[in-house]
Design a protein around this ligand. Structure first.
Ligand SMILES: *Cc1c(COP(=O)(O)O)cnc(C)c1O
Length: 232
């Protein structure tokens, strides 16, 4: 099946999930996760209306940024190394994967140099998986508080990567937990923190994530098909 057909299916499923829980379709934004995919695939999705693309590697994001139209909103969704922050601070629309104070400090430094404000989400490892990045649940609020004092960073919300599961229902509690942390932070009324976005849900579980309050779902395989990684 082609990208257009896949996008129609994803769009339908998002609309149905919104309807099932009484949310407006406009409350949920789709990030087309295009990592490893060639420019032609992104161009096809772009022609069909996609403007939000997600990448997890700095070099790949920069290459695609340079090759594609400037009205694309680029989302950095992968683990970000501090020494690479400088290449993307003025190119990304939103960094979903800020998981430490040291990374935030680097973003602040590079954003100040380029006189930009960077929108970020704090990544929380809600499921506590050892293999995953993200701050712990218990540290999430204090990390948000510390980052909120950085003048060139705007905290827009939270992100999580849920475990890979056969049954999406198994991740519902993790999505609900992220939402709860989000609400707790809203109630703290922290200056310079705008809790608006909850980035959660991927191909296998985005409908459950929407029902639990996602504002961004990150869908790769469901749009572009399986990824092929080079074995080397
Ligand atoms: C790859 C990736 C996705 C998309 O995963 P699919 O299962 O292909 O939809 C979403 N979020 C992050 C952080 C990713 O790295």
């Amino acid at each position: 099946m082609g990208i257009k057909e896949n996008l129609d299916i994803v769009e339908n499923r998002i609309a149905n999930a919104c309807e099932a829980c009484g949310r407006k379709r406009s409350e949920v934004k789709l990030v087309a996760v295009s990592k490893t995919k060639p420019l032609t695939d992104l161009e096809e999705a772009y022609a069909y209306g996609c403007r939000d693309f997600g990448e997890n590697k700095v070099q790949e994001l920069v290459d695609k940024y340079e090759a594609l139209p400037k009205d694309i909103r680029w989302h950095m969704i992968g683990h970000l190394q501090r020494n690479k922050v400088k290449y993307i601070v003025d190119k990304v629309f939103l960094i979903h994967s800020v998981d430490s104070l040291r990374l935030a400090e680097e973003i602040e430094k590079e954003a100040a140099k380029k006189a930009v404000t960077v929108n970020i989400l704090v990544e929380v490892n809600v499921a506590g998986e050892e293999s995953k990045f993200g701050t712990t649940v218990s540290e999430a609020v204090s990390l948000v508080e510390k980052i909120s004092q950085m003048p060139h960073i705007c905290v827009k919300g939270l992100m999580t990567i849920a475990p890979y599961v056969e049954d999406a229902e198994d991740n519902r509690r993790f999505f609900a937990k992220l939402k709860q942390i989000y609400v707790d932070i809203i109630h703290k009324n922290i200056d310079n923190v705008f809790m608006e976005e909850l980035s959660m849900g991927m191909t296998g579980d985005y409908e459950v994530a929407i029902i639990e309050g996602a504002t961004y779902v990150r869908v790769g395989t469901g749009i572009f098909g399986e990824r092929k990684y080079k074995a080397n």
